[in-house]
Design a binder for this molecule. Structure first.
Ligand SMILES: *Cc1c(COP(=O)(O)O)cnc(C)c1O
Length: 417
């Protein structure tokens, strides 16, 4: 057992579903992201099972992992999408996803992105400021359409998560506080080019304790009542994403239990419920497969140098995030304590620190829980081509993104002469 569903050892060899990761490495090279379709499907089912028969829509926050094969998997399961750019809308269109199930989040929507989203008739714009409301209203008026909107409310609850991924406190750039939201709704109610459809919040990411999510929900319900007092009726409540996952030994919340508590607090209200989960649906459905180049021992510290780096998986460097690192083949030799590092020229380039591993040059390692905010945050720093992506489905493998070629990386550049 590896402790990760769908990524398990069989005869000492780590598999993704039915496929040995070693086979994927020999076929497609390393570093490579490997996703399990069964894991994506299972995560979707766990998140949505309690919503069966309810008026609800789960919009996958595709910034967590926007590979077309991942989007296609969720679209087939009935997902809508939460987008944060016009580019992400084009990904939805590329897989034949329904724009009518798309919500558009983000603090800096451009006029071009708003026009694109209006032209495709998206479900809702989640607005984050007064000037953004004005901009959406004016673009809609110019296009001769009415924009469906909700205001992203910052309910000022502490998500208790990493400062970089906490979004629901007063000092964050996201959303508007409750009094401002009331003001904006009252103003929007008088605008012919917008139609108020919902209220929305998203307080942070990787929440291990769901209590702040419930507190935010209660504040949103109170806001809906205040708005009703002004004659503004709200048809949907969007509770955002943020539900955490298990990276090592955290006790991550059970999505079904979370959903039952949300529904209990909704009681008999006639509200359509919406959610924007990202990490929860994809985080544990992917691993980053990498090969050991060198094992460098020194008196002060040992290093396992691998062929994946911070440009492939930024989370350890950016958030000090912990990812389990497992040997693909159980060697059974003595374990060495080392930092697992990449070849990038930065001291901040590491995938794990002080790990006890029995490995050797040429062996493969799997960096676990890499399905969310992995490939999407990758870069070409150090002129490193981005990794390949493979999706496993039972005993089959699909190359869902080719490895970049070095020449592609400077194909758009010119010498200034
Ligand atoms: C990033 C984001 C999400 C998804 O967050 P997770 O923690 O991955 O669930 C949802 N809504 C908005 C507005 C976001 O920016």
């Amino acid at each position: 057992m590896s402790g990760f569903r769908f990524f398990e050892y069989r005869s000492g060899s780590l598999h993704a579903e039915e496929v040995p990761l070693a086979r994927i490495a020999s076929e497609y090279g390393t570093p490579t992201y490997v996703y399990s379709r069964a894991a994506l499907t299972a995560a979707w089912r766990e998140f949505t099972q309690e919503l069966e028969g309810r008026d609800a829509l789960v919009c996958y926050a595709m910034k967590a992992n926007s590979n077309l094969a991942v989007l296609d998997t969720f679209a087939r399961l009935g997902a809508g999408f939460d987008i944060v750019s016009g580019g992400e809308l084009k990904r939805v269109l590329a897989i034949g996803g329904a724009p009518g199930k798309v919500i558009f989040s983000g603090v800096g929507k451009t006029e071009a992105d708003i026009a694109l989203a209006l032209a495709h008739g998206i479900l809702c714009f989640n607005l984050e400021s007064a000037p953004e409301l004005d901009r959406v209203a004016s673009v809609a008026a110019a296009c001769g359409v009415v924009a469906p909107i909700s205001i992203r409310v910052n309910p000022d609850v502490d998500a208790g998560t990493h400062p970089y991924i906490s979004t629901g406190l007063k000092e964050n750039k996201f959303g508007v506080d409750i009094p401002t939201a009331v003001e904006l709704y009252r103003r929007a109610a008088g605008m012919p080019a917008v139609r108020i459809v919902g209220v929305d919040c998203h307080i942070g990411s990787q929440l291990i304790d769901p209590a702040p999510l419930y507190e935010a929900q209660d504040r949103m319900l109170a806001l809906i009542d205040v708005l009703a007092g002004y004659g503004i009726s709200i048809s949907h409540l969007d509770l955002g994403g943020g539900l955490g996952i298990r990276y090592s030994d955290e006790s991550a919340p059970d999505p079904a239990a979370y959903m039952r508590e949300v529904l209990r607090r909704i009681g008999s209200r006639r509200l359509k419920l919406m959610f924007e989960p990202g990490r929860n649906l994809v985080g544990n459905a992917g691993v980053l497969l990498t090969r050991v180049e060198f094992v460098k021992t020194a008196p002060a510290r040992n290093f396992t140098v691998v062929d994946a780096a911070m440009n492939d998986l930024l989370r350890p460097s950016l958030y000090s995030a912990h990812h389990e690192i497992l040997p693909v083949r159980k060697l059974g030799g003595p374990a060495l304590i080392s930092d697992v590092v990449g070849p990038v020229c930065e001291s901040g380039d590491f995938l794990g620190k002080g790990r006890s591993l029995s490995t050797a040059p040429g062996e493969l390692l799997a960096v676990m829980s890499a399905g969310a905010y992995g490939m999407v945050m990758s870069s070409n720093y150090n002129t490193r081509p981005r990794a390949a992506e493979v999706m496993v489905d039972g005993d089959r493998c699909h190359l869902v993104r080719e490895r970049e070629k070095v020449e592609d990386l400077f194909a758009l550049e010119r010498i200034a002469c």
